[in-house]
Design a protein around this ligand. Structure first.
Ligand code: KG4
Ligand code: ZN
Length: 348
């Protein structure tokens, strides 16, 4: 007998994108809608939580309908409803969680709460098959972590940032250069036009743990710019961007390669908004290529459009939870500081 297809309707609303998707068997995107609110937040230089919640409410019903229509399915075809319940902005998360719970209660379709970070990592599953144990470098606006994945649902954080996340550092130094939020993409483009002439610090690079720190780099960058301002010296923005990016990429790739050597995963995954960074993708590819064949993992770099926040990755992660029987109930609540690994909040 052929196995029945499992179709999941997924919601994501943890920050500044409202997104819905229909995912078949955890691997195939049947529909994906992403309603971005970035323009509304740009004039404030960052995400304003109340504005984010309001935008989520405005579009969530409409984009739920669109996701079903685009996938050419009805509620009867949906096997589970998945939703990001943390980490993120509490008001923003609540909109997705309430919509998913309401849909689940009205239809009787089971509910699955998904960790946003697990979702980012599982964007890789939409590209290729993940073999376990796997290791992920998860870099976004709120997180910078090295995650050891024992199987599709049991994750362990082996390294974390002590202060700023990598994406946050990009956004903060971008502001000093007058780049609109979120600055990562533009700084990445500028970096390719400049050279590492400033040699900013590479914090904690030689420490024998897997943790990171980016606030010293951010301060060194800002001090360099302020000092130049005071003496009316004009610095080359491309060299500044290239120098900043060289420092970030050096530290991230150095620690990742060391973790790969120690844990010898079968698959390496890059995840999160900063996974769209061309410098980082190229460097990790090159460094992994240099490893001896016996410990060289398969590399999955998610498609650029799936690096940022989206519901497809949540549907992919939810499929693994579905297979493991990890469902949520009507008590599922938003958890703004949810942390991997997560077994709590699950019924079984
Ligand atoms: O994963 P994401 O969409 O949201 C969070 O969960 O945080 O990540 C957004 C972050 C922002 O800080 C943005 O500046 C950064 O990802 N980002 C990049 C690039 N594209 C987006 N950072 C560096 N290089 C890029 N190409
Ligand atoms: Zn995210």
């Amino acid at each position: 007998m052929t196995k029945k297809d499992v179709r999941i309707l997924a919601f994501e609303s943890s920050c500044d994108e409202t997104s819905t998707a229909v995912i078949k068997n955890g691997r195939e995107i049947e529909s994906l809608i992403v309603a971005t609110q970035i323009k509304s937040h740009q004039r404030f230089g960052g995400v304003v939580p109340e504005v984010a919640s309001r935008h989520h409410i405005e579009v969530i019903t409409q984009i739920t309908k669109e996701a079903l229509e685009q996938a050419n399915v009805t509620w009867n075809d949906i096997d589970a409803i998945a939703v990001t319940y943390g980490p993120g902005l509490v008001g923003a998360l609540l909109i997705g969680v309430s919509a998913a719970k309401a849909a689940s209660m009205a239809t009787g379709i089971p509910l699955i709460g998904v960790d946003h970070i697990m979702g980012h990592i599982m964007a890789a599953q939409l590209k290729d098959e993940i073999k376990y144990p796997a290791l992920a470098l998860q870099v976004s606006g709120g997180h910078t972590e090295i995650v050891l994945m024992h199987d599709p649902i049991h994750f362990e954080i082996i390294g974390d940032t002590r202060d700023d996340a990598a994406g946050e550092a990009y956004d903060k130094i971008g502001r000093v250069l007058g780049v609109n939020y979120p600055a990562g993409k533009t700084i990445d483009e500028w970096a390719h036009k400049g050279k590492d002439t400033f040699h900013f610090p590479r914090a904690m690079m030689e420490d024998d743990d897997y943790d990171f720190s980016f606030s010293g780099l951010k301060s060194a960058f800002i001090n360099t710019c302020h000092h130049a301002d005071q003496i009316h010296e004009k610095l080359n923005k491309y060299d500044l961007a290239a120098s900043f990016q060289a420092s970030v990429v050096d530290v991230l790739s150095h620690k990742t390669i060391r973790a790969i050597k120690e844990y010898q995963p079968k698959t390496f995954i890059l995840g999160g908004g900063v996974a769209a960074n061309h410098g980082l993708r190229e460097r990790l590819d090159q460094e992994i290529e240099k490893l001896p064949a016996s410990i060289k993992p398969k590399v999955i770099l998610p498609d650029l459009k799936l690096c940022g926040d989206n519901a497809a990755m949540i549907g992919a992660a939810a499929y693994n939870l579905y297979n493991a029987g990890k469902f949520s109930d009507e008590h599922l609540n938003a958890d703004p500081s949810l942390e991997l690994p997560y077994a709590d909040n699950m019924l079984n």
